[in-house]
Design a protein around this ligand. Sequence first.
Ligand code: NAD
Length: 343
Amino acid sequence: MRILITGSSGQIGTNLALRLLRDGHEVFGIDKRLNTWSEAFPYLLQDLAGHYAPFPGGVNGVEYPETDLVVHLAAHAKVHQLVREPHRALENAMMTFNVLEYARQGKIPIVFSSSREVYGDVHRFEEYTEQVANFAYTESTYSASKIAGEAFIYSYARCYGLPYLVFRFSNVYGRFDNDLHRMVRVIPLFIHSMLRGEPITIYGGRDKTLDFTYVDDCVDGIVRGIEALAEGRVVNQTINLAYGKGNTLVRCAERIAAELDVAPRITLAPSLLGEVTHYVADLTKARELLGYDPSTPLDEGIARGVAWFLEHRAAHPEEDAPVLADHEGALGTGSAWKTAAAP
Ligand SMILES: NC(=O)c1ccc[n+]([C@@H]2O[C@H](COP(=O)([O-])OP(=O)(O)OC[C@H]3O[C@@H](n4cnc5c(N)ncnc54)[C@H](O)[C@@H]3O)[C@@H](O)[C@H]2O)c1
């Protein structure tokens, strides 16, 4: 297949693109930033968040290559950043709209990356199946942007017959996630801080429990979805993709410390505004519809993640610097193709 991935310079996008290439698919990406991890696939540098005039072959008058399926991952993906800067939540919705318009005009099936954040802080529910999302409890502007994205997808399916799959991810970690000076994520931040002998802060207290997903499991679920959607086996479904077990953030920090052979210095603090403090995914639907069977428990995933981090840090010692804030590098609104490096 010829698969277009938006957000292809990000963590999930890069891992997914490389896996699809290995599986024999053609991949091309779109992102507003250069890909700092890989030169293996071509991509377009383009800001997808503008208010653009309709154009059938791509977004903002740029003709995209022939595409069989779109995986839409591009987003501002940090809860706290969007609470501080809510206009970015609207940009998320705008990106989804632009990509949906492209998909509608070309009749191209779409996979959308939603989040467990759409459930809100799920202590209030006893079971966390896909149906329990209650949008009256929108926890943050980031959640709102994902709920808006899902709503647009569902409306395009109803009004225009556009086939879709929506995946709700949860705390994806592993390879290509330690560009902390662009975007702070909790697991690589803890590794980074502990390596520097700095204390770490756990917001949400000792009981904060999340469903951490090793990136290869997440990518495996997406690939199963792509294949099922393209074959018409599984269409118009919303599916949780996670590991399916909860771990406290404290345990996660302790596992990282054990892998690094350091004593962690942990400060507990109240949860931040908009934060989800308890989530464990029900994976019944993913297992039944896609045969999804995540294979990397937290201990093993942390060991792999730490090993990858150390290898990467050894090649980039300059990244051993204080992490100040989670802000993204922007590239303006121009567009230019980047081609794959010669094999
Ligand atoms: N990683 C997780 O734990 C997780 C959990 C739930 C949902 N998600 C969702 O999955 C998707 C991928 O997540 P990720 O972890 O790879 O995030 P990421 O930040 O690593 O990748 C997202 C990419 O989108 C790009 N992007 C942002 N704004 C853009 C714009 N205006 N135009 C073009 N590109 C733009 C960014 O440059 C970035 O490379 C996101 O939609 C995110 O919200 C991720």
